[in-house]
Design a protein around this ligand. Structure first.
Ligand code: SAM
Length: 183
């Protein structure tokens, strides 16, 4: 029997670094806001002009210690052209903010990690976006199983035409990818 914690920081380091290098390959300058910085393992291995990490755990990596969900609206997002959202689960609130904030510069690359299975709870931000908050508790697994579908639906709703990603399936379905903001 295989036993492993469900919240591993970097189970797919090689693949995650690959997708980031792919995402930035045509950028003349790379200014990264890493909203879930952890131990900064991924971006330590990539050449960038500027890196700013945020991490909620104290003394983990070289980051501003804060909750990204809470401080996002106080950051000057116009300073960055790459925003990394390598969170556990799916941070619908953060993606919606990035997709709709006029502060985010046109052309900014958003790098995403979405991880889900039928047992991982969906954020209220998604329930409200798709109008199922009132029904969710009646059959949560039905909604949870569609979380990645909701994620792509939200991107499309806010103007994202194309994403690049790869999928890993184990006990969870995981998508590692990126898209560009076009206002
Ligand atoms: C998948 S790991 C990111 C690993 C990171 N990309 C790296 O290169 O090391 C997710 C990280 O997000 C942190 N985290 C969880 N909730 C957070 C929050 N609300 N705000 C900021 N960081 C958070 C976790 O402590 C964990 O270090």
């Amino acid at each position: 029997m295989n036993r492993q914690p469900t919240k591993t920081d970097n189970k797919s380091v090689g693949n995650k670094i690959f997708i980031r290098n792919h995402a930035i390959k045509n950028l003349p300058e790379v200014n990264v806001l890493d909203l879930f910085g952890g131990r900064n393992v991924l971006w330590k291995n990539i050449s960038v002009n500027r890196y700013y990490g945020v991490e909620s755990e104290k003394d983990k990596g070289q980051n501003l210690c804060a909750d990204s969900h809470s401080i996002l609206s106080s950051l000057d997002l116009s300073k960055f052209n790459v925003i990394d959202v390598d969170s556990y689960g799916i941070s619908f609130d953060i993606y919606k903010y990035l997709l709709t904030s006029s502060q985010v510069r046109n052309g900014t690359i958003v790098i995403y990690t979405v991880i889900t299975n039928e047992f991982t709870k969906i954020q209220n931000a998604a329930k409200d976006e798709f109008g199922f908050r009132a029904f969710y508790d009646k059959a949560p697994s039905l909604f949870n199983a569609r979380a990645i579908e909701f994620f792509y639906e939200m991107l499309s709703k806010y103007g994202v035409k194309e994403v690049s990603y790869y999928e890993v399936k184990d006990n969870f379905t995981k998508h590692y990818g990126y898209f560009q903001i076009t206002h």
